[in-house]
Design a protein around this ligand. Structure first.
Ligand code: ASP
Length: 282
């Protein structure tokens, strides 16, 4: 709370509104959930306000390295990239890896090369430099912190689920560090049988707790509701190993859950049953 001015809070809420409304319109006009999450995430990646794409955080050696992933709950297809430095919209790259390569996960310059071969927009590192993130790095030289990964989950008119996540990772992370966001099952997961999940938080803990897949497993094997499964993971399992963060999730019936164990989490949702929310704090 103390770090966020009311002006900036308004900018963030307005951008969340723009993103969720755009995604919702795609679903309303019979677009599929994969398309909706990509277009929603791109609005957030193109904004300097969030830790992804344009606003991504710096590594400890002053570079910017993006992680992203996407999963389609209908066929369990997935694509992910880590450590890219030049593709403008990492979520587009994750989608291309899912649909145009025979692989699931590409890294570093190989991933950037593949993006180029798919004619995705490539950009110099300078594009990603913002004073706000640079000052964060200067202030946090002795610690590693997280903030503002973007993600989106959706269910479409055919009952298909999709999840996508995109991030610069954590301020002052070691270059080469891989977080949970691009790891299928840790920071991102979708399965039509259960739910679609996208996570934010201290990635190391989310990897160890395999958070996104754990929510799905609790639903599939223990018959838990989306709400109970995601609360169990965020408020019990991840806390036990001292992990902080949260997730957004939607299940195959359209139920929504957005639990977090931190002071706040930027979040928004919109549903054809009239549910609509844009919030930051508890
Ligand atoms: N989970 C991300 C990571 O560890 C950071 C974040 O959510 O802000 O890379």
């Amino acid at each position: 709370r103390g770090d966020l001015s009311s002006e900036k809070e308004k900018l963030i809420r307005d951008k969340l509104d723009e993103a969720i409304s755009h995604g919702y319109e795609i679903l309303k006009s019979s677009g599929n959930s994969t398309e909706a999450i990509i277009e929603t995430i791109k609005i957030l990646e193109n904004s300097p306000l969030f830790n992804a794409g344009k606003g991504a955080v710096f590594t400890n050696n002053g570079t910017i390295e993006h992680d992203a992933s996407i999963m389609n709950g209908e066929n369990l297809n997935a694509g992910a990239s880590t450590g890219t430095m030049h593709v403008k919209n990492p979520i587009d790259l994750a989608y291309s890896i899912m649909t145009k390569s025979s692989h699931v996960f590409l890294s570093g310059s190989g991933a950037d090369d593949f993006a180029k071969s798919q004619n995705l927009e490539m950009i110099e590192q300078e594009y990603f430099y913002t004073d706000f993130r640079f000052n964060q790095l200067e202030k946090q030289k002795n610690s590693v912190s997280k903030f503002g990964t973007v993600g989106c989950v959706a269910i479409d008119i055919n009952g298909n689920l999709a999840a996508g996540t995109s991030t610069g990772g954590m301020t002052n992370k070691k270059w080469g560090r891989i977080g949970d966001s691009p790891m299928i099952g840790a920071g991102n997961y979708a399965n039509n049988k259960t739910c679609a999940v996208s996570c934010t938080g201290s990635g190391e803990f989310f990897i160890r707790a395999v958070v996104a897949y754990d929510v799905s497993c609790l639903m599939e094997h223990k018959n838990m509701s989306l709400k109970d499964a995601s609360n169990e993971v965020i408020h019990n399992r991840i806390l036990k190993i001292k992990g902080d963060g949260g997730l957004i999730a939607v299940d195959s019936k359209g139920n929504i859950a957005m639990p977090f164990n931190t002071e706040g989490m930027y979040r928004a949702c919109k549903s054809s049953n009239g549910k609509e929310e844009i919030s930051i704090y508890r």
